[in-house]
Design a protein around this ligand. Structure first.
Ligand SMILES: [Fe+2]
Length: 502
């Protein structure tokens, strides 16, 4: 295990965040957004949250499934403005953790802004203070560590009795699972305190957890192996210069897989983290395959330049072939352009995300990719039954949009269940002005993996200005929700969640 100081040496300058600002945007963003949201209701999903906390009962309609009980924890960017300043990227919003407590007696929603160092410091100062992912406020304060600007806004992880709110380039934040109060930065042990722990850990059915973190100025990726009790089994690092930033990764029974897109970290004097990167479409995406038992054993392969935020699952057959799937775009314009533009109330440029199946032959040293659907059918937020994570999965659940179901907003507008074995796709399309967020597969208690269960996900109705939780039978998603739970308010569009059974 590398000494903590080894990892922190490269992070000491802030890694992600120690750029010296050269330019400051004239901040007309708040005015521009305020005008645009009057014209286009769907933009309400990107308004800044007006409350620190929520706690209310939702209105349930339909027939609530008898076995569906537990908590859907979610996270996402929520506070997008402070004072007269609006952030310049969706991913800069300060995180709000939500708990949707589900059961036959009703549905309760709680939400609470994570009380990060940054939130508290900015509240005390009465203004935006720090450079972020895609934002540079006027007169930014110096950043001494990544956790100074850790906004805890991407996902949540219930694990070993803890609830952790996850960012990408810093520590988890521990959250009280009942009250959603922030307990503080979380360290798995003293040696690993402050080492980046990304927002998409992979958890095997027995609770074994794997994750990565990236250290931009150090030029390396950290790998984590944690047991079901939250003890660090081992950690390591892999040098990956030129550095980039992967968002998600994959784990099989034997290997860890990361795709490293040619979005190179240039470091130096840039305005914000995104502007410290350059896209090189002429260069390959590197595929890094690491032995789970020995992090020093790394195999390198290459795919064409591409951008994948999210993968569904990976598994490995007994011929040493790794199979995985992901929502593949040819380039990262959605992140570089569209998720900035939306903060000004504009539609930016975005590439098409088409779900792909990948095969890595670890013995022959080859990799191949194949589109799973027609180009007009787009996917994102792929998930599986968590009981087959890292094992062969039959089903895939994801959000979608396609050319035949265009709506008034440019975001995803459907949810789909795909069966690999049957090559069968079922979809449900939300209407105009309804924007679904990530939907999860929630197994029915006592059922066999990938048999009975529900697809559970939230959606924002921009005209009614209400957020609604939708429950589908996984076998008949095309029939629409069997039950819904509607809040009398709308929530800012969020990112990821996890379901924790009763
Ligand atoms: Fe993500």
């Amino acid at each position: 295990m590398p000494a903590r100081r080894d990892l922190l040496r490269f992070m000491a300058a802030g890694g992600l965040l120690a750029q010296v600002p050269l330019r400051v945007h004239a901040d007309v963003w708040q005015d521009s957004f305020a005008q645009a949201v009057q014209r286009d209701p769907w933009l309400r999903g990107f308004r800044s949250v007006q409350r620190e906390t929520y706690d209310s009962q939702a209105t349930v309609a339909g027939r609530w499934p008898a076995g569906l009980a537990g908590t859907l924890f979610r996270n996402g960017p929520a506070r997008h403005e402070i004072g007269n300043f609006r952030y310049h990227h969706w991913f800069d919003g300060d995180g709000m953790v939500h708990a949707w407590r589900l059961g036959p007696a009703g549905v309760r929603h709680q939400g609470r802004l994570v009380q990060t160092r940054k939130l508290l410091a900015e509240r005390a100062a009465g203004r935006a203070l720090y450079p972020g992912f895609g934002t540079l406020p006027p007169d930014p304060a110096p950043v001494t560590s990544a956790d100074d600007v850790n906004v805890a806004n991407i996902s949540v992880l219930p694990h070993h009795g803890k609830l952790l709110a996850l960012w990408e380039a810093g520590s988890p934040w521990e959250i009280d699972a009942d009250s959603l109060a922030t307990k503080g930065l979380y360290a798995f042990n003293d040696d690993m305190a402050g080492v980046p722990f990304s927002a998409h850990p992979r958890v095997e059915p027995d609770g074994t957890l794997w994750n990565f973190g990236y250290v931009s100025d150090g030029g390396f990726i950290v790998l984590w192996h944690i047991d079901r009790n939250g003890q660090v089994v081992k950690a390591g690092k892999v040098d990956v210069r030129p550095m980039t930033f992967p968002h998600d990764f994959l784990v099989t029974s034997r290997h860890i897989v990361l795709l490293l897109p040619p979005l190179d970290y240039t470091g130096g004097r840039a305005a914000d983290f995104l502007d410290a990167h350059e896209w090189h479409p002429d260069r390959p995406t590197r595929v890094m395959v690491v032995d789970k038992n020995d992090f020093s054993r790394v195999q390198w392969l290459e795919l064409p330049a591409q951008w994948v935020f999210h993968f569904g699952n990976a598994w490995e057959d007994n011929q040493g072939v790794i199979h995985f799937d992901g929502a593949r775009a040819p380039e990262p314009s959605s992140m570089l352009n569209a998720f900035r533009a939306v903060m000004r109330g504009e539609r930016g440029d975005t590439a098409t995300f088409v779900h792909h199946h990948y095969q890595v032959d670890t013995r022959k040293g080859t990799v191949a990719e194949t589109p799973m659907f027609d180009r007009g059918f787009q996917s994102e937020f792929p998930v599986i039954d968590p009981r087959v994570s890292t094992l062969r999965n039959e089903r895939l659940v994801f959000l979608c949009t396609d050319d035949a179901h265009r709506v008034v907003h440019p975001l995803l507008n459907g949810v789909a269940v795909f069966s690999h074995a049957k090559d069968h796709l079922q979809t449900f399309w939300y209407g105009d002005n309804v924007i679904p967020e990530e939907h999860l597969f929630v197994p029915a208690p006592g059922s066999r993996p990938e048999s009975d269960g529900w697809v559970v996900g939230t959606a924002y109705d921009a005209v009614a200005d209400q957020t609604r939780l939708n429950v589908f039978d996984v076998r008949g998603i095309g029939d629409g929700p069997v039950a819904t739970a509607t809040l009398d308010y709308g929530l800012p569009l969020g990112l990821h969640g996890k379901f924790s059974g009763a």
